[in-house]
Design a protein around this ligand. Structure first.
Ligand code: UT7
Length: 319
């Protein structure tokens, strides 16, 4: 029997403050019409005092643990995907571990920006199948608002804060992660990056992006990696029940689905409500569609994401 990493439960958390496009139009030269037409975004949640990447991650993790019906003490691996840790070190995963009251487990952060959750999921899956862990918490959490240049209308309307989490357990059977595929191409660093960091400017920096070029790469790379992950499992696009994509732009979701011959109804879309929450976006969308009853046990899910680096990846999961 094949050992696979099964999703026992999902959870998510958002900051209390919800900000509309009209709210942002008070700060920069933009409009609800432009933002909706070009991105599909209507709202984003932004962290306030006391709402940090680790606190949002812990809140999402608690909900995932509840949904899974397991105790925090039974977790032996925590991987937190984030580009916005609470501190440069220690890893925010260890802060989450302390907030959950887990005394001893493996805990570390993964930095792959918007693809971070796919990278973290793939590492957790490998560690479970390799016998290093039995039960894992995989979290994507971000406070992207900390990296935003609020004078730059080309980026400040695009991002939001939040967290999503899954509890994985190694089980033998048909369900679980069937395949993951990851990629990176560092030649494209300058198309999407933060213009600061500890060893260069010694500051945190702000997000900079050549949006239309990122868009073009995203559609091609996402369609290709989804095809790869399906080929690896012997399945086709006909077998997919739900695509759970990274939520950067509704037009990217439409274009990618069209390229693969998928219908818009097969794609989970939350970008209108959450904007781009980077590593949090895939698990946030997953939890939304699990909790509203769209995603059912036994269905085939394809998760995908692409972001700064570039990094990109996909996972095929029998839920
Ligand atoms: O999460 C990682 C992956 N990230 C992404 O996948 C993001 C990918 N890129 C995108 O989503 C889109 O490229 C954007 C939403 C960022 C931009 O949409 P676009 O259709 O590519 O627009 P553009 O950058 O070509 O800009 C068109 C125009 C420009 O004006 P001019 O030069 O044509 O006069 C911009 O200055 O829209 C202007 N513009 C705005 N206008 C009103 C840019 N931002 C805004 C704004 N409000 N917020």
């Amino acid at each position: 029997m094949t050992l696979r990493s099964v999703i026992l439960g999902t959870g998510s958390a958002l900051p209390a403050r919800r900000v509309s496009n009209d709210d942002l139009a008070q700060r920069v030269d933009t409009s609800d019409e432009w933002i909706v037409a070009r991105t599909g975004i209507r709202f984003r949640h932004l962290a306030g005092d006391g709402e940090t990447t680790a606190s949002l991650a812990a809140a999402a993790a608690r909900k995932a643990l509840d949904a899974a019906g397991v105790e925090p003490a039974s977790i032996d691996l925590i991987i937190l995907a984030t580009a916005t840790p609470d501190q440069t070190f220690p890893a925010s995963a260890t802060k989450v571990q302390a907030l959950l009251g887990v005394d001893d487990c493996i805990a570390f952060d993964v930095a792959a920006v918007c693809s971070g959750f796919l990278y973290a999921l793939s590492v957790a899956d490998a560690m479970i199948r390799g016998g290093n862990a039995r039960r894992a918490l995989v979290i994507g959490a971000e406070t992207m608002s900390s990296l935003i240049d609020w004078e730059d209308r080309t980026t400040c309307v695009l991002f939001g804060d939040g967290a999503g989490a899954v509890v994985l357990e190694g089980q033998t059977g048909a369900a679980g992660i069937l395949s993951t595929k990851l990629h990176a191409d560092g030649r494209h660093n300058e198309l999407l990056y933060v213009d600061g960091g500890p060893s260069t400017t010694r500051t945190v920096g702000h997000i900079r992006m050549k949006g239309s070029e990122v868009f073009r790469h995203a559609v091609v790379n996402l369609a290709t990696v989804m095809t790869e992950v399906l080929a690896d499992t012997g399945l086709t696009t006909q077998d997919i029940d739900w695509v759970v994509p990274h939520q950067a732009n509704a037009r990217i979701l439409d274009a990618t689905a069209r390229k693969l011959g998928l219908t818009p109804e097969q794609v989970v879309v939350t970008v209108d409500q959450h904007a781009n929450t980077s590593a949090a976006s895939v698990p946030l969308a997953l939890d939304t569609a699990v909790r509203d009853g769209r995603i059912q046990r036994g269905q085939l899910l394809v998760l995908e994401a692409m972001g700064g680096g570039f990094t990109w990846g996909a996972a095929a999961i029998r839920y």
